[in-house]
Design a binder for this molecule. Structure first.
Ligand SMILES: Nc1nc2c(c(=O)[nH]1)N[C@H]1C(S)=C(S)[C@@H](COP(=O)(O)O)O[C@H]1N2
Ligand SMILES: [Mo]
Length: 553
């Protein structure tokens, strides 16, 4: 028997595997959304991969896809599962029992991941179990309809479509069949196949329909779930009190008038999102509490009512991610409402030997913050509000930390549930265990927002603009350079606080047609000039000057 005869049976087997897997994920997804949303197998699998993924792979994905990293992860998990299913299906074309067994074993993986989650409930396995049973049944049925023999002897002689014994009831199909597989130059041994296998067209039609229904179900489920998430009843339960201390109003002069620059205040919907959860936990504020423990004189636990009864303060603070590439947008500025962590810690009376607070999230994430940054005069907050609204689930509802001057991964714990007072030589945080620094103050940075890279700009006078930040120090100066010219000082918008970003703009007269490069650098009020040295984001942020090219015509 020559090799080409195997192509079609293997393809059929692979298609059967793909269709069965899509059916399994689709059904399990629908059931999970109805009964236990956090137990959807695709989501749970993707979530399980996150802490296992090598840091060297995670940060570039974040840098490349930013907020879409979740989608990329779910899609790659799904893609991986499909590739595996296709291979198993191809195996099943010649060894049906082995193929079925492999599919079952592969299906046990999401089941195991679901059971092993710390928050797993007894009913969580049901969606995946039902999905798996149906997926296996679909696989078996498609293999049978595809004409794969059960006996080991026959397994070596897969059926060719041209020899189908089924009586076609569709003339077009009948016409389609006799010459459809020119590679079937020799006939199969008598008795070597299941009776009445479907024609090629029907088989692929059926498998395609099953697979499509599964895929559409998954896509619709994901979309519905992400739309439903922000409008949770939990969020409606939290009514923010009037701040005891309001932040100063933001002056108009905090913004330059350069069209196309990013607004001074970032709306929650536009705020960058970085975290290790696929679906943000939706926490009932009535169930939430914050426990302050560890090296303290007195353990303290606060409920949400306790927090809302405290005199809350509003502060404008710019939050920054260590993974932000030079010129990137993993940075946002908001008005946060919360209670100073300093005063919370004072209630628990930390031991003087403690030098770190390990904040724990509901989802298991941790951040290590120097205790000094939480007790000095900066506005380190247990925040419950963002721009006048409760936090959104994505940004940490019902409570998170916001600490001026430190990258988010060592300070800005969302869905925060515990403050553990400890020492850097005793405990390490989530990203520190994955190669990042234990402490990470924000470095002075600046970016060009206008013109956009590769923009076409009319010749003549050109206005450029962007944003710079150096939380805790404040921005002192921003300089821009056209091509190889001199550094020229940009005009700065009014400073709101040293912990907020600052917009800048500059004008260049009579710029000649052609391709030009624009470069920016900032200097903070301590005199630190943004370094030109290029460096990757691990272990404590990328550096280098942001530059863009644009065309004058
Ligand atoms: N629970 C939890 N909190 C977290 C993270 C996380 O992965 N899990 N990521 C941190 C990082 S790396 C950053 S930069 C900020 C981002 O906050 P945002 O998503 O609200 O912009 O949240 C921090 N808080
Ligand atoms: Mo981050």
């Amino acid at each position: 028997m020559n090799g080409t005869r195997r192509v079609h049976p293997r393809l059929r087997g692979a298609v059967a595997g793909l269709a069965a897997t899509l059916a399994m994920f689709g059904l399990a997804d629908v059931l999970a959304r109805a009964f236990s949303p956090s137990a959807a197998p695709l989501l749970t699998l993707g979530q399980a991969i996150i802490p296992l993924a090598p840091p060297a792979a995670i940060k570039p994905v974040i840098a490349l896809f930013g907020d879409n990293d979740k989608l990329v992860l779910v899609l790659s998990t799904g893609f991986g599962a499909l590739v595996l299913a296709g291979l198993i299906g191809a195996v099943a074309a010649s060894r049906r029992r082995l193929g079925m067994g492999l599919l079952l074993i592969a299906g046990l993986v999401p089941l195991a991941v679901i059971i092993l989650r710390p928050e797993a409930g007894a009913l969580d396995v049901i969606p995946t179990l039902v999905g798996l049973a149906v997926g296996i049944a679909v696989f078996a049925l498609l293999l049978r309809l595809g004409g794969f023999a059960i006996s080991a002897e026959a397994a070596h002689r897969p059926v060719d479509d041209a020899e189908d014994t089924a009586v076609p009831d569709d003339p077009a199909e009948a016409a389609d069949r006799p010459d459809s597989e020119p590679d079937s130059e020799s006939g199969p041994a008598p008795g070597s196949r299941t009776p009445n296998p479907l024609s090629r067209r029907r088989f692929f039609g059926l498998a395609g329909a099953v697979g499509t229904i599964g895929a559409v179900t998954i896509a619709v489920g994901q979309t519905v779930a992400s739309l439903a998430q922000d409008a949770g009843a939990a969020v409606a339960k939290l009514v923010l009190p009037t701040p005891a201390k309001r932040a100063a109003a933001i002056p108009a002069a905090a913004s330059t008038d350069v069209e196309g620059t990013v607004p001074f205040v970032t709306e929650a919907a536009d705020f960058y999102r970085i975290d290790t959860v696929l679906a943000p936990p939706v926490i009932d504020p009535e169930q939430w509490s914050l426990r302050i423990h560890g090296m303290v004189e007195e353990e303290v636990t606060l409920t949400m009512d306790d927090v809302l009864d405290l005199p809350l303060e509003e502060h404008h603070i710019t939050l920054t991610c260590v993974s932000n590439p030079v010129g990137g947008d993993l940075v946002g500025n908001a008005t946060w409402l919360g209670y100073p962590v300093r005063d919370l810690l004072a209630r628990a009376r930390p031991n003087s030997q403690a030098d770190m607070v390990l904040s724990h999230s509901f989802d298991g994430f941790t951040a290590s913050t120097p205790i000094g940054a939480l007790t000095d005069d900066r506005a380190a907050l247990l925040a419950v509000g963002m721009n006048g609204e409760p936090l959104t689930p994505i940004h940490g509802f019902p409570a998170r930390l916001v600490v001026p001057g430190l990258y988010g991964f060592v300070s800005a714990t969302k869905w925060v549930t515990e403050l553990e007072v400890t020492r850097f030589d005793e405990k390490t945080a989530y990203w520190t265990d994955r190669g990042w620094d234990a402490k990470a103050p924000i470095l002075v940075a600046s970016r060009i927002e206008v013109p956009k890279p590769l923009a076409k700009v009319p010749a003549g006078d050109i206005r450029v603009g962007g944003t710079a930040w150096a939380q805790r120090a404040g921005i002192d100066r921003v300089e821009v350079k056209l091509d190889d010219g001199e550094w020229t000082q940009a005009d700065l918008a009014e400073e709101v606080t040293i912990d907020t970003w600052r917009q800048w703009r500059a004008d260049f007269a009579e710029v000649e047609p052609g391709t030009h490069t624009l470069t920016v650098r900032a200097t903070d009020k301590d005199g630190t000039v943004q370094t030109a040295k290029r460096r990757d984001s691990i272990p404590n942020s990328a550096t280098g000057h942001h530059h863009i090219q644009f065309r004058v015509e």
